[in-house]
Design a protein around this ligand. Structure first.
Ligand SMILES: Cc1ncc(COP(=O)(O)O)c(C=O)c1O
Length: 405
């Protein structure tokens, strides 16, 4: 039995029919579907354990706190962080990046520089734009060249003694390019800059070891990795986190409060003000357990095979243009493409008539769309439950588009 055949029964939503057809869900990069194990963990939590965390002395409060902190341990192990204090729960990748931008922002001076790339999701661009605007800093972007790679020579030229932060995607949500984060960290560190990696499209699809990568910050979302919406993770190196003031204030992030000042709590709670998204965090713990059970190496090779099949089949269609690297071995679990003469939204609508869900649009990466010279693209993306038959169905439907018009 293949990995997908084993996993499919775990995803109740795959029983749905869309416009009379079985659902072919090829939009996991936007948000993944949830296995029963995650849904059950959230339901069980609400049915048996819910209370607020880190404050109540009663049994439910202590059990809820234990569940939340157990999820932190699971996430730590899953991404190879050295210490649980380095795992900060947020509402998602976007909030994690804003947290870093605001915390670091306090230390940024006019003329300091931030380096991003042309392939960033707006989540890893707008917070840095806002920071640079507010602090009089300069934003620079590494160009995308060839089939969708970062121009590393240009990157080296952009680094200077004024570079304070380098913010880069681990895997592009459009091109699928796996960026050479280790090398980027090495060069950035030599220039004295901190590195934030947007791992939203990496953690759900391949083994990630943050210690090995060496980045200072690593952000990702629960809902893209089979977990619930409303939860994400910011990994931060303890040595760096210790130097930062909290981004936001509120309950739980303090140890002692006077009317005119306060003493911050220990890591990681210093960066987690207010009631956290407890149930989503518990669900994220279940998602991490599920993915670990399947094995991230197995997930990566399953999705690489799907990527190869998609690239091969789409390349046979003379009307289809593919964007991003053609080699699935250096690519994440997405394939972006366009169909000649048709707007991506129209193609997505036609595919939906057949039950096939793909993403169409600018993918929150408008500067990249400009670089590619398109208004938008279609994007097929994969998960553990995706089968080769579904990819063949997509390719067949694309070939028959003229019949559907
Ligand atoms: C590469 C990348 N970064 C950031 C995000 C934003 O994630 P979220 O909306 O979960 O905060 C996404 C979501 O599509 C993404 O693909």
């Amino acid at each position: 039995m293949t990995l997908a055949e084993r996993c499919r029964a775990d995803f109740p939503i795959l029983e749905r029919r869309i416009n009379g057809n079985p659902l072919v869900y090829l939009d996991s990069a936007a948000s993944s579907q949830k296995p029963r194990q995650v849904i059950d963990a959230v339901r069980r939590y609400y049915e048996t354990t819910h209370a607020n965390v880190h404050r109540s002395i009663h049994t439910l409060g202590e059990e809820a706190t234990a569940l939340l902190e157990a999820s932190r341990d699971k996430v730590r192990a899953f991404i190879g962080a050295a210490e649980r204090e380095e795992i900060i729960f947020t509402r998602g990748t976007t909030e994690a990046i804003n947290l870093v931008a605001q915390a670091i922002g306090r230390t940024i001076k006019p003329g300091d520089e931030v380096v991003v790339t042309e392939m960033e999701h707006h989540s890893n661009l707008i917070p840095w734009q806002m920071l640079c605007r507010d602090r009089g800093a300069v934003l620079k972007a590494v160009p995308v060249i060839g089939d969708g790679f970062l121009d590393l020579e240009a990157f080296s030229r952009l680094l200077s003694s004024r570079t304070r932060v380098v913010a880069v995607a681990h895997v592009s949500n459009v091109l699928g390019t796996i960026n050479p984060v280790g090398e980027i960290v090495k060069r950035s560190r030599a220039a004295g800059a901190l590195v934030l990696v947007d791992g939203a499209q990496a953690v759900p699809h391949m083994p990630v070891n943050v210690e090995g990568l060496g980045a200072d910050f690593y952000a990702f979302s629960g809902h893209k990795m089979l977990g619930p919406t409303g939860v994400g993770v910011l990994y931060g190196r303890r040595a760096v986190l210790e130097t930062l003031e909290p981004a936001w204030g509120g309950g739980e992030m303090i140890k002692e409060v006077w009317i005119d000042h306060a003493q911050w709590n220990d890591l990681p709670w210093r960066f987690e003000p207010g009631t956290p998204p407890i149930a989503p965090i518990v669900g994220l713990g279940a998602a991490v357990e599920y993915l670990s059970g399947v094995g991230m190496e197995a997930v990566a090779s399953h999705e690489q095979a799907l990527c190869r099949l998609t690239l091969d089949l789409l390349a046979k269609n003379g009307d289809v243009t593919i964007y991003g690297p053609r080699n699935p071995e250096i690519k994440g679990a997405v394939v972006a493409f366009n169909v000649r003469g048709l707007h991506p939204h129209d193609v997505a609508h036609l595919l939906d008539q057949e039950g096939i869900a793909v993403r169409a649009g600018h993918h929150c990466a408008m500067p990249l769309m400009r670089r590619l010279g398109v208004v938008g693209t279609l994007r097929a993306s994969f998960s553990v439950h995706t089968t080769p038959a579904e990819i063949e169905h997509l390719a067949r439907s694309l070939s028959n588009l003229n019949l559907m018009l």
